[in-house]
Design a binder for this molecule. Structure first.
Ligand code: COA
Ligand code: AMP
Ligand code: ZN
Length: 436
């Protein structure tokens, strides 16, 4: 059967002036909707901002920024712009030490999210004839259900394998004839390693052609290496829980930057220090305003992701602006195995142990095809050198940390005063991975 080339030609093929006209209309609706959110209601009153005064797209700069801290401070429902009975799902980030955030969705939000994901998947050539396997964690991770709903909307046969159990993933890929897979870049490398161990040649023994990657930073070289290893085309995808999840920005077949769907988001790139816009093409922090969300619209959300707009038109003909692959973060968030972690979460767990001094060092490194975290922490002077007691302490810390950050760190207990310091200031994180 012959399928049409676009999933949603009406939105994908808008001209610049049509995009901007739609954005203005949706921005005004969004600001109006925000007056129902306790957080924005307060913020607008503090700023004496009259929603009616938003009359042009440039007026977006008169709106307040929103930060992750705002979401934390108003956990769980302080941003809801509709009654909870209108919401059908929430997603939440990891963390129990005061760091979690919640994002709410109405039925329409989930529906629009599925449409956005389907549009991305169709854009890179996926069709109902494909068999799609998702290796993201389901549950609270948006890469699970987000990809799932999108793939079902395309009409693919879906294999919701979830994270881990790599041998079983490979069996599914072979038995079901999986043609397309979603995996974060580090896990794609792990898949290949286990295929090699199992004597599976992905080109000879599988039908894989397409890989959707994202959720963690990676270089162009890493992408090309993964494509080479698995014999696939790999497309970069940007998403974040606060913006729904995956489907915010996606590469087209040109593989030259990710189109931000500007019917759904207003994109700004700002200098993270001055908060002023950077010149088009310069690197800065990506700021996003949702335009099509009912339950929890977010204005000028500071992603802390550093990237740049790729100037000029894309050869694919779509006029939605493109952002380059992520270049870093303007905060200290770590992404490990597709999980976001703040050093503060680790610190707060360690502080609960009276056997420990307050010095620690987090090292991230790639060992074989696995990304690992080691937490070295100093013992306080009083503590024992009894091996059994130290081993029990190590296990207890590993367990408590896993509860907090969801991944399992290695723990090294070291004598007091042995961890490195620079100019009197403790070095907290050493990232030896080559992702940027
Ligand atoms: N996606 C899929 N599988 C992953 C993964 C990821 N991002 N990160 C690790 N795994 C696999 C590992 O390879 C391992 O399987 P294997 O030994 O059969 O190869 C298994 O998950 C356990 O990983 P391990 O590193 O031993 O455990 P952990 O306790 O440190 O990590 C996980 C726990 C895997 C549950 C956690 O990292 C996770 O849920 N990651 C998925 C995050 C995700 O989906 N994010 C969404 C992005 S859109
Ligand atoms: P989450 O809310 O768990 O989906 O994580 C969102 C974060 O993951 C973003 O803010 C980015 O830091 C990171 N991220 C998502 N997609 C990508 C990508 N394609 N490249 C680099 N980092 C990404
Ligand atoms: Zn394009």
């Amino acid at each position: 059967m012959e399928y049409p080339p676009y999933f949603n030609p009406e939105m994908e093929l808008l001209s610049r002036s049509e995009i901007e006209a739609l954005q203005l209309r949706r921005l005004r609706e969004t600001v109006e909707r925000c007056t129902q959110s306790p957080f924005y209601k307060r913020r607008f009153a503090e700023m004496k901002l009259d929603p009616e005064s938003i009359r042009s797209l440039d007026d977006v700069r008169r709106l307040p920024f929103t930060t992750k801290q705002d979401l934390r401070d108003n956990y769980p429902f302080g941003f809801a712009a509709v009654p909870l009975e209108k919401c059908i799902r929430l997603h939440s980030s990891s963390g129990t030490t005061g760091t979690p955030i919640v994002v709410l969705h109405t039925r329409k939000d989930i529906d629009e999210w599925a449409n956005a994901m389907a549009r991305c998947m169709w854009m890179v050539g996926l069709r109902p004839t494909d068999i799609f396997q998702n290796t993201s964690g389901y549950g609270m991770f948006t890469g699970g259900l987000g990809m799932q709903y999108g793939a079902e909307r395309v009409g693919m046969l879906t294999v919701p394998a979830g994270a881990g159990n790599t041998k079983r993933q490979i069996k599914f890929i072979r038995d079901f004839g999986t043609t397309a897979i979603h995996a974060i870049p580090s896990y794609a490398a792990r898949l290949y390693q286990v295929m090699q161990e199992e004597g599976v040649d992905p080109r000879r023994d599988t039908k894989l052609t397409t890989l959707l990657i994202g959720a963690e930073p990676h270089t162009e070289e890493q992408r090309r290496r993964i494509e080479e290893m698995l014999g696939v085309k790999a497309y970069n995808s940007f998403g974040m829980t606060e913006m729904c999840g995956p489907g915010v920005a996606f590469e087209c077949k040109e593989q030259k930057g990710m189109h931000v769907w500007e019917d759904n988001y207003i994109l700004e790139i700002i200098d993270p220090d001055t908060l002023e816009p950077v010149k088009e093409g310069d690197i800065g922090e990506m700021v996003l305003t949702t335009l099509n969300r009912e339950a929890m619209p977010l204005l000028r959300y500071r992603t802390h992701d550093l990237t740049r707009i790729i100037p000029g038109p894309c050869a694919c003909g779509r006029q939605h602006k493109r952002v380059d692959r992520m270049k870093g973060r303007s905060d200290d968030m770590i992404i490990l195995k597709g999980v976001n972690i703040f050093p503060m979460q680790i610190e707060q767990v360690l502080l609960q142990y009276k056997e420990l001094a307050p010095q620690y060092l987090i090292t991230l490194e790639t060992v074989g095809s696995n990304d690992d975290m080691t937490v070295e922490v100093e013992l306080n002077n009083m503590f024992t050198d009894d091996f059994g007691a130290l081993e029990a302490l190590r296990k207890s810390i590993a367990h408590s940390l896993k509860d907090e950050i969801l991944v399992t760190p290695k723990i090294k207990l070291v004598p007091n005063g042995t961890l490195p310091k620079t100019e009197g200031k403790a070095v907290r994180v050493k990232d030896l991975r080559k992702h940027y």
